[in-house]
Design a protein around this ligand. Structure first.
Ligand code: GLN
Ligand code: ZN
Length: 768
């Protein structure tokens, strides 16, 4: 007896990043929309065929998007902000919404829609904007096209549709439209379109739709709960309609379970990877007319599934519900994992055997669905999974006794600097003698095409290690000289030897592996290749001391040692699933702690530990926040508390909402915090003032993501604003983030204006 098997969505980008390449060719003007569509059609077809071959009984359609599925949902509902309405060509308009649109000849300059993180993943979606006079109109063309295309490949399509409540909860009121409603209040105008769509799909012979409502695993206020009740009543009553599989993922339904089980939908999908504990409750709450889709294979991580563990859950469901009412699926869409392990030809064979990417996950789902009624499943898939899992568990590469012993011996005193901030600050001021409003930058300087070319040549063994090093030294020296000319106070080495702030450290630590093709979509055409943390993390030798001491040898001004913090390394990697994340984080923190000690010993007096991703690790549910923040803060403090009082610790954070975690940021107890704030025009600072931020702080004074060069007046104005709410004794002057994406000419002009503004501030604002 077998169960129906399916997945909730497939990676779009292609095993060789075909979509990325095709998009970028199209955007550059080298190809046409037709060329792009040929590539996209081929990708969809290929992925459906892969699912068919792997024995999926039903395949997701409409999960593919040229840029983003939330943007697609907005287009489906006619939610096109007015600034784009004059763009006639639909493809041009679609990408204009995603990326902005400039046509200097016509004097057109339309700003892109906002982008933000998709729940707690590293995928970013486009935030729909609902205007005051919003008119909703249904455009189902793409959904119907996908259904037809899928059928033509011989598979049974199940359109994936972002549900109305999640759609509205993920939207925002259009900023430029006065009186724009809170999105959730317009549910009544959106529902009829979903009903029309469902009727259309039913007529088109679609049996099941996948109604994605991931917001059901978040904390909901009463208004959102009522919205859900109303939406489900409206959607399930319309006739004709397809059967509805209500999909939830990324966490537990918890108190929202009854909303889902009383929804009247025909199946409920629950994420049993992130929240296995919800199975029991779901089984008892499920009404007789509803079947259960069990999300047993992770769409979020890259580890082979423990098939026996998953099988036990599946069997439990079958025992209660019978074989007719259970299906097997991925926990969520596989958007968040790479396509195929088989594309990794250079990966360490042992580590490779532990991995499962999208293509392999399909096989795991099929095996689970086929074994659902067996008491002790047999067969190749299970035997192999057992053998590999036990070899992974036993592998000396995942357990290093010295690392374990060290983690066990961490004490509370290792988490605290030897003196409170005031005393440290006095020692640091005496040591450095910096002026008020000291100036610095965040770390990286332009990664020019020359630098990238040299790195590529070195990686391909076209130039020797020595030649590459000489080249990097020249660049570093030039960067130090440029900063002295600009008269910056605390310098950086420029990070020319780094391509990526996490990969650079992962490559120098034990316990990490790197793929060649393990790309996942971050947004649009942008992909990232997260390192894989498979084993105990250890630092075999110093990682940054040579570059730091070389840079420091070139100047008498302090040069910051530059490290990526433990939380950011964790957050931007695929992390082992056989121990709590917090434990892996402590291992990383200990490795970095040794690096700080070595830097200090080598004479580096200022050390920055970047934590741009600290906010991203925050759990979806508020009740889980305190637990995360506790170990997150402790990991940072374990990393940094090793240094002496007169060694100055900086940290840097950017591009997140920090307002809600200010308490934790204070607890980090960094001597200096540089933080993005120019895009919100320093709004964040009043929050810092309100909570009485005690240490020193450098609110970014200009946005480095734009080529625009700020004026001295503008930067001075921001410093004035900052010194109105915080003491000028606390303030540092720095850009928002690293400068690696900018040109040298922009950097020179911007920093010149910044230093001039700081000097004016010293003269005019110093006493505040
Ligand atoms: N030090 C890093 C840089 O300047 C920080 C990058 C980041 O915040 N994302 O590039
Ligand atoms: Zn940054």
């Amino acid at each position: 007896m077998t169960l129906p098997a399916t997945c909730l969505g497939f990676p779009r980008i292609g095993v060789a990043r075909e979509l990325k390449k095709s998009l970028e060719r199209y955007w550059s003007g080298a190809t046409t929309a037709v060329d792009l569509e040929i590539v996209a059609t081929d990708l969809r077809r290929r992925h459906w065929l892969a699912m068919k071959e792997a024995g999926m009984d039903e395949v997701p359609t409409n999960d593919f998007a040229l840029y983003d599925h939330v943007l697609d949902a907005a287009v489906m509902l006619g939610v096109v902000p007015s600034r784009f309405r004059d763009i006639e060509d639909p493809t041009t308009r679609y990408f204009a919404m995603a990326r902005g649109y400039q046509d200097p000849a016509l004097g057109v300059d339309v700003r892109a829609m906002e982008m933000t993180k998709w729940f707690d993943t590293n995928y970013h979606y486009i935030v729909p904007e609902i205007a005051a006079d919003q008119v909703f109109t249904l455009d189902a063309a793409k959904i119907l096209r996908d259904v037809d295309e899928a059928r033509a490949t011989g598979v049974k399509p199940r359109p994936v549709i972002l549900g109305p409540v999640s759609f509205l909860l993920l939207s925002k009121a259009a900023a430029e439209s006065t009186g724009a409603p809170e999105p959730i209040t317009v549910l009544g105008s959106v529902l009829p379109l979903y009903q029309q769509l469902f009727a259309m799909l039913a007529k088109h012979g679609v049996e099941w739709v996948q109604l994605d409502e991931p917001c059901l695993v978040t904390d909901l206020d009463n208004r959102s709960r009522e919205a859900y009740e109303r939406a489900f009543a409206g959607l399930t009553k319309c006739s004709p309609r397809p059967l509805i599989m209500l999909t939830t993922y990324f966490g537990s339904l918890n108190e929202n379970l009854s909303l889902a089980t009383r929804s009247g939908c025909d199946a409920l999908h629950v994420d049993l990877v992130r929240a296995p504990e919800q199975l029991g409750e779901a089984l008892s709450a499920l009404p007789p007319a509803m079947s259960l889709s069990t999300g047993l294979v992770s769409g979020r991580d890259i580890w082979r599934t423990d098939l026996d563990r998953a099988h036990a859950m599946c069997r439990r469901a079958v025992t209660v519900l019978g074989t007719d009412r259970v299906r097997v699926a991925t926990s969520c869409s596989m958007l968040h994992v790479p396509v195929d392990v088989e594309a990794e030809t250079k990966l360490d064979v042992e580590v490779k055997s532990w991995l499962s990417f999208a293509a392999q996950k399909l096989g795991e789902i099929r095996a689970l669905a086929d074994a659902a009624t067996e008491v002790v499943p047999s067969g190749r898939a299970f035997d192999e999974a057992r053998a590999i899992l036990s070899s992974r568990r036993a592998s000396p590469r995942t357990h290093d006794k010295s690392v374990r012993d060290r983690v066990a011996s961490v004490t509370q005193s290792m988490l605290t600097r030897s003196a409170p901030f005031a005393e440290r600050a006095a020692a640091q001021h005496a040591r450095f003698g910096l002026p008020q409003f000291p100036t610095t930058t965040i770390g990286s300087f332009p990664q020019t095409s020359e630098i990238r070319a040299a790195r590529a040549a070195w990686r391909a063994h076209h130039i020797t290690d020595a030649d590459y090093e000489t080249f990097l030294k020249q660049e570093t020296a030039r960067c130090i000289a440029a900063q002295e000319t600009l008269d910056l106070d605390v310098l950086v080495h420029g990070e020319f030897e780094r391509n990526d702030m996490v990969e650079h450290f992962g490559e120098r630590l034990a316990g990490f592996a790197f793929t060649k093709n393990g790309w996942v979509q971050s947004y649009g055409s942008r992909c990232v290749k997260p390192p894989i943390i498979f084993g105990d993390v250890m630092r075999p030798r110093p990682m940054t001391v040579d570059w730091a001491t070389y840079a420091q040898s070139l100047t008498t001004r302090p040069v910051k040692g530059m490290l990526t913090g433990p939380l950011t390394i964790l957050q931007w990697s695929f992390v082992r699933d056989d121990q709590p994340r917090s434990e892996t984080c402590v291992q990383i923190a200990l490795a970095l702690r040794d690096e700080l000690a070595d830097l200090e010993r080598a004479g580096i007096s200022v050390i920055q530990v970047d934590e741009p991703a600290i906010r991203e690790g925050l759990p979806l549910r508020r009740k889980d926040w305190a637990g995360y923040l506790r170990w997150a803060v402790d990991a940072f403090r374990l990393t940094t508390s090793v240094v002496m009082n007169d060694t100055q610790i900086h940290t840097h954070m950017c591009y997140s909402e920090f307002g809600e975690i200010l308490g934790a940021i204070i607890e980090l107890d960094a001597d200096v915090l540089s933080i993005e704030s120019s895009r919100s025009n320093m709004e964040l600072l009043s929050d810092f003032a309100r909570v009485g931020y005690p240490n020193e702080i450098g609110p970014g004074v200009y946005d480095i993501h734009s080529p625009r060069v700020p004026s001295t007046d503008e930067i001075f104005g921001r410093l004035e604003m900052a010194s109105n709410v915080l003491s000028s004794k606390q303030l540092w002057v720095n850009p928002d983030c690293g400068l690696k994406t900018r040109e040298w000419s922009e950097v020179n002009s911007s920093l010149k204006a910044m230093v001039a503004a700081a000097k004016r501030a010293r003269a005019q604002l110093g006493a505040r």
